[in-house]
Design a protein around this ligand. Structure first.
Ligand code: PEP
Length: 252
């Protein structure tokens, strides 16, 4: 059985006080639950990480950052490296989010470099891929996703792939209220798993968690997560409200 995961991406929202309150509320909610349905992760802004690590006391919620530097240390003003992230107590980092790709021009090559550095530091990577609207409309979505995987991830060894969670996030569905249909999500997730099988073999393909991201909410999560190749979700807007986020986790 593959691990089910729901990861919240807080993006650039919530000040320190608001963020720690939300982390505490999520921790308390799951502390009171008898069984875990899957792994829950919250990916906060950098400034929340150390405080949140101290607040997530019950060991049921993992913590992640949303980006990292491509260098380990040195004169890189304003950057935060994977080992700094790890030193806060975080275990995960999101790499390749479409907002990083488009607003900060992060290409497959730099994303691969960040991924290798993060893994070698001992972090797990939630690696995001997905096509923009005109790529889907022109029928090029499979080609785009394949390129993002081949150039961003496939330089990794099979062993290194154990530290990866893939998030398929069609860019046209992120923060837009538009969601891929369960069939569209399943079709792409199946394709991603086939590519993994071709490159790394059946075992790697079968155990890789592939999350869906793009306007997931309590009302649509169950149907999307019930698809055979969808192993949970990466949640943006709905991760900022304890009630919505926990309701999405409950659909696993
Ligand atoms: C995201 O930012 O990864 C995301 C999926 O956002 P939203 O859920 O708001 O579409």
């Amino acid at each position: 059985m593959r691990k089910k995961i729901v990861a919240g991406n807080w993006k650039m929202n919530l000040d320190l006080d608001e963020g720690l309150k939300l982390a505490g509320a999520i921790d308390k909610y799951f502390a009171e639950k008898p069984a875990e349905k899957g792994q829950v992760i919250i990916c906060t802004p950098f400034i929340h990480l150390a405080g949140a690590a101290g607040i997530l006391k019950h060991g049921k919620i993992a913590l992640g950052a949303q980006n990292c530097a491509s260098e380990a240390s040195g004169a890189y003003t304003g950057e935060i490296s994977p080992w700094m992230i790890k030193s806060t107590g975080a275990q995960y980092v999101i790499i390749g989010h479409s907002e990083r790709r488009s607003y900060y021009n992060e290409d497959d090559k730099i994303l691969n470099k960040k991924t290798l550095l993060a893994i070698n530091t001992g972090l797990k990577v939630i690696f995001c891929i997905g096509e923009v609207l005109n790529e889907r409309e022109s029928g090029n979505h499979f080609i785009v996703v394949r390129r993002q995987l081949e150039e961003g991830l496939f330089p990794l060894t099979e062993e290194q792939m154990d530290s990866i969670v893939i998030a398929y996030e069609p860019v046209w569905a992120i923060g837009t209220g538009l969601t891929a249909s369960p069939e569209q999500a399943q079709e792409m997730h199946k394709y991603i798993r086939e590519l993994l099988k071709g490159k790394y073999g059946n075992e790697c393909a079968k155990k890789m968690p592939i999350l869906y991201g793009g306007s997931c909410k309590p009302s649509n999560a169950a149907e999307i997560f019930s698809q055979p190749d969808v192993d949970g979700g990466l949640i943006g807007g709905a991760a900022l409200k304890k009630e919505d986020f926990t309701a999405i986790v409950e659909t696993l």
